[in-house]
Design a protein around this ligand. Structure first.
Ligand code: AMP
Length: 148
């Protein structure tokens, strides 16, 4: 497949300052391919992780709060990049699995994901880029992003 044949590019964004490289590459690929660009952020909500030391007010829905914050960040990013709201996705779940699921659902033919190229523990545990590369049914472009 030639680069110009990519028609739907899914870019996984974590909203970090370091991912500007990834965003710049996504825009460049969109323009180069004349493709549709979709953005995805995944909220990894682990209720057990909060249960020990955090007392939440009664009726406070932490999951909804996290989704609301992420949706606002996504709306700002989508506006900045000229990506229509319908192509800006916020989902809840495991990051790697959710990126793969949404890529399948949208029929993405290219996934863009940032890669830190870290060593040590991150290699043992597997980074997001690693799990996406392992499970994807389409091409994956792992874009080098700077360390924190
Ligand atoms: P990581 O290896 O988890 O530090 O993340 C590397 C890349 O995975 C980021 O540059 C993003 O492309 C993607 N990523 C990480 N976390 C998320 C998230 N919560 N939602 C969407 N993409 C993410």
């Amino acid at each position: 497949m030639s680069v110009s044949q990519y028609s739907l590019i899914l870019t996984a964004v974590d909203f970090s300052a370091q991912s500007e490289n990834l965003i710049a590459r996504a825009l460049a690929m969109r323009d180069l391919c004349g493709a549709r660009l979709c953005l995805l952020h995944v909220v990894e909500y682990l209720p057990m992780a909060y249960s020990g030391d955090l007392v939440l007010p009664e009726g406070f829905d932490l999951e909804q709060e996290l989704l609301d914050v992420a949706s606002r960040q996504m709306a700002t990013l989508g506006e900045r990049l000229g990506v229509p709201a319908g192509d800006c996705h916020v989902e809840i779940g495991n990051t790697g699995h959710t990126i793969l699921r949404v890529a399948e659902e949208l029929g993405a033919d290219l996934i863009l994901v940032g890669s830190h190229g870290r060593h040590g523990l991150a290699v043992l545990l597997g980074s997001t880029a690693r799990s996406v590369l392992n499970g994807a049914h389409c091409d994956v472009l792992a874009v080098r992003v700077p360390e924190d």
